[in-house]
Ligand binder design. Structure first.
Ligand SMILES: Cc1ncc(COP(=O)(O)O)c(C=O)c1O
Length: 386
């Protein structure tokens, strides 16, 4: 057995990141400035979109994206139930209603088949979440959105640098939203990015991220700027700091390498666990480049003598950290009580939830760590077969 605990996630932070942050601290420019602008520029290039606006979380990105499309009180937004709280809570900031949608049985992404019947008079937008880093069925989703004139805001928090039919996610919807939370593909501690091809949306997000002021602080205080500013709308305080962006620039440079490392781990898991009938491995469709942010397996509970909680406990006893993504939104007290959702309303997500366990998958894992995960999963299954 391992002598030390393998954490579910450890960010890949090296000397370069430390040096970049130290340099920024010494530069005297801490808040939104040249590093943020460089990060936005490089990020936009990386995913292939004209505009990227950096903010201080993925949640802020989603909030400002919905603000940019002019979401109003009483509107409805379609949101997958298989997601993190942030995707739906931002809809509630507007006193609008998140309408939950069940997932596909293979990818666990929002099921396009469930969209038509959920669309009504008040439906304004749809937030596909590229769950675990697997791109949603964007062809089907775009077609439905076009037919019903619904705006698409991609929640790409898991999905840098995933692609669908060769095109990076975050470039399909009116706006795309990324997260740079500590566990994500690239991290800035906390941080996020809004991407869009529409300059008006980009300007709206930029302005509302800094109090609704018509010019950002960088321009105001730099040589070409001036002391004058105007508040055009009551905005928010969501701007990214240069300290975070310094970290982000180095991480973005490493993004491909870190992605290859995760892809390699996913391949090792897929090969080493393929013969276990008691486990369903994550799907990866052929027209998708999977970001492999998460590696969620599903337990064949009918073939096992243990529950999911017991499986996680046994993994932990063997010093392997795991997690669960996600407790579907309809099973949380708030959504259950506010909208009277029942388990049966979302059969696929409800069934998947009871079986889901996310295995560690991150570039800082060593060869022994990867091998230990495989061994402990195999042993735990072998000992607990029916
Ligand atoms: C699917 C999804 N959307 C949005 C977010 C929010 O991102 P952040 O934590 O940066 O606010 C998360 C965070 O984990 C997420 O998993």
């Amino acid at each position: 057995m391992r002598s030390s605990f393998l954490a579910f996630h450890v960010p890949d932070i090296g000397n370069e990141e430390v040096a970049a942050v130290a340099e920024t601290l010494r530069s005297g420019w801490l808040t939104t400035g040249p590093k943020v602008h460089a990060f936005e520029h490089d990020f936009a290039n990386y995913i292939g979109t004209p505009h990227a606006v950096a903010v201080n979380s993925g949640t802020a990105a989603l909030h400002l994206a919905l603000d940019a499309i002019g979401l109003q009180e009483g509107d409805e937004v379609l949101v997958p139930t298989m997601t993190f709280a942030a995707t739906a809570e931002v809809v509630l900031y507007f006193k609008a209603r998140p309408v939950l949608i069940d997932c596909e049985t293979d990818t666990l992404n929002l099921d396009p088949a469930g969209l038509e019947k959920a669309i009504g008079r008040h439906t304004r937008a749809l937030i596909p979440v590229h769950f675990a880093g697997h791109a949603c069925d964007m062809a089907a989703i775009l077609e439905i959105a076009r037919t019903h004139r619904i705006k698409i805001i991609e929640d790409a928090a898991h999905a840098l640098p995933a692609a669908y039919n060769g095109q990076r996610v975050g470039t399909f919807g009116e706006l795309g939203c990324f997260s740079f939370y500590a566990t994500k593909a690239i991290c800035t501690g906390e941080g996020g990015m809004v991407t869009t091809a529409n300059p008006e949306y980009a300007e709206s997000v930029r302005m509302m991220s800094l109090h609704g002021i018509s010019k950002d602080a960088w321009k105001r205080y730099s040589a070409e700027g001036s002391w004058y500013y105007e508040v055009v709308r009551p905005g928010f305080k969501y701007n990214m700091t240069d300290i975070a962006a310094a970290l982000g620039l180095v991480q973005l440079d490493k993004c491909n390498r870190m992605w290859q490392a995760r892809r390699r781990i996913a391949k090792i898991y897929a090969e080493a666990l393929a013969d276990l009938d008691e486990i369903v491995l994550p799907a990866a469709r052929s027209n998708v480049e999977h970001a492999w942010h998460l590696y969620p397996i599903r337990l064949g509970l009918e073939q096992l003598r243990i529950s999911r909680a017991e499986f996680i406990g046994l993994m932990r006893e063997q010093n392997i950290g795991t997690s669960v993504h996600f407790i579907p939104l309809h099973q949380h007290p708030f959504y259950r009580d506010a909208y009277r959702y029942r388990r049966e309303d979302f059969p696929n997500a409800s069934d998947a939830y009871e079986r889901l366990v996310s295995l560690p998958i991150y570039p800082a894992m060593g060869e022994n760590d990867i091998a230990d995960v495989v061994t402990v999963v195999r042993e735990t299954i072998r000992r607990n077969r029916r």
